[in-house]
Ligand binder design. Structure first.
Ligand SMILES: Nc1ncnc2c1ncn2[C@@H]1O[C@H](COP(=O)(O)OP(=O)(O)OP(=O)(O)O)[C@@H](O)[C@H]1O
Ligand SMILES: [Mg+2]
Length: 305
């Protein structure tokens, strides 16, 4: 559906996107995971036609996306990172403006607005100015504003920033339902939990470069360890910890040992050793690797820096 080939975008001397190639298939829920300044919004703005790349090509449904045909991108909706609503106007008045931009009017537009407000649980606030809405309510309105014209591809740029857990869940469930009905979604976030929950495929982006691309399982398989075992660093566990470095990676911080065994090291051997040091099983917790660990492994940075 969407193809990016060697796309580079600079702002002066800063390379915001560096030779990015990416293919999005119809029906995907694609996650773009990266920290502040990674290039997520830049990528969204290029696809939406708000900016042109310095080099490389973008095509949507076989047609090249150029700055000149940006206005004709009716098959695409953008939920911008920064809320773009008129605060003095009500929710229906805001939606009427967005609908009009796409040539919607009359009874059809009214019906779409009513359905949109119902879908994101804002129908009972339809008479209030948007400036009286909570952050989460504004986010939900910002989201449906991009959907009124029923695009085939939705670009969601960090749609849950500053949102309470309940609104966040409502947004997740709404997007999941839309995706089940066939909407293709590109979703940017710096929360690995969101990418893990929502996305069928994830791209890890940092400093303008796509470092890894795949399903969650494919990405986690790139980590050299499958599991991390944590246990307290105490005099009682010192002898066990001293034996571990030959079997994998041992890191100690905040009085916690974190052990990442080499693939050939059997966990049964680990727990056998723990038992021989008379250490009870409840001291140990094991953790599946996460996208956070992968990000650290690929870039040497954490997502929250
Ligand atoms: N209009 C602009 N002019 C100059 N530099 C810019 C502009 N927009 C973005 N940048 C720079 O380009 C890089 C990528 O920014 P971008 O907004 O795409 O990142 P992001 O991944 O969306 O970050 P965030 O999570 O903070 O929204 C950053 O270093 C940023 O400072
Ligand atoms: Mg951004």
């Amino acid at each position: 559906m969407l193809h990016l080939r060697s796309v580079t975008k600079r702002y002066g001397s800063l390379v915001a996107l560096d030779d990015v190639s990416l293919d999005i298939a119809r029906g995907e829920f694609f996650g773009l995971l990266g920290p502040n300044g990674a290039g997520k919004s830049t990528l969204m703005s290029l696809v939406a036609g708000l900016r042109a790349p310095d080099s490389g090509t973008l095509t949507l449904d076989g047609a090249p996306l150029t700055a000149a045909n940006a206005a004709s991108r009716t098959s695409l909706g953008l939920v911008p990172q920064h809320i773009a609503l008129y605060p003095e106007l009500t929710a229906p008045e805001n939606l009427r403006i967005f609908g009009a931009l796409y040539g919607l009017r009359g009874g059809d537009l009214r019906a779409r607005i009513d359905a949109a407000l119902e879908a994101v649980q804002l129908a009972d606030r339809r008479r209030d100015a948007v400036k009286t809405f909570s952050g989460g309510m504004q986010r939900r309105l910002n989201l449906v504003a991009a959907l009124l014209h029923r695009p085939k591809l939705l670009l969601c740029d960090e749609p849950t920033v500053g949102v309470d857990p309940q609104s966040r869940l409502a947004i997740f469930e709404y997007l999941e339902a839309l995706n089940r009905d066939g909407l293709t979604i590109i979703y940017s976030t710096h929360y690995m939990e969101e990418a893990t929950r929502l996305c069928s495929r994830i791209g890890i982006i940092d400093h303008g470069r796509l470092h890894a691309l795949g399903t969650l399982d494919e990405l986690l398989a790139q980590l050299p360890f499958e599991e991390e075992i944590r246990f307290p660093a105490t005099p009682a566990t010192a002898a066990l910890a001293a034996d571990l470095p030959v079997h994998g990676e041992l890191a100690t911080a905040d009085a916690i040992h974190r052990f990442r065994p080499r693939p050939d090291f059997k966990l049964s051997a680990f727990f056998g050793a723990a038992e021989s040091h008379a250490l009870p099983g409840r001291l140990f917790t094991s953790q599946r690797p996460t996208l956070e660990a992968l990000f650290l492994h690929l870039t040497g940075r954490t997502l929250r820096e």
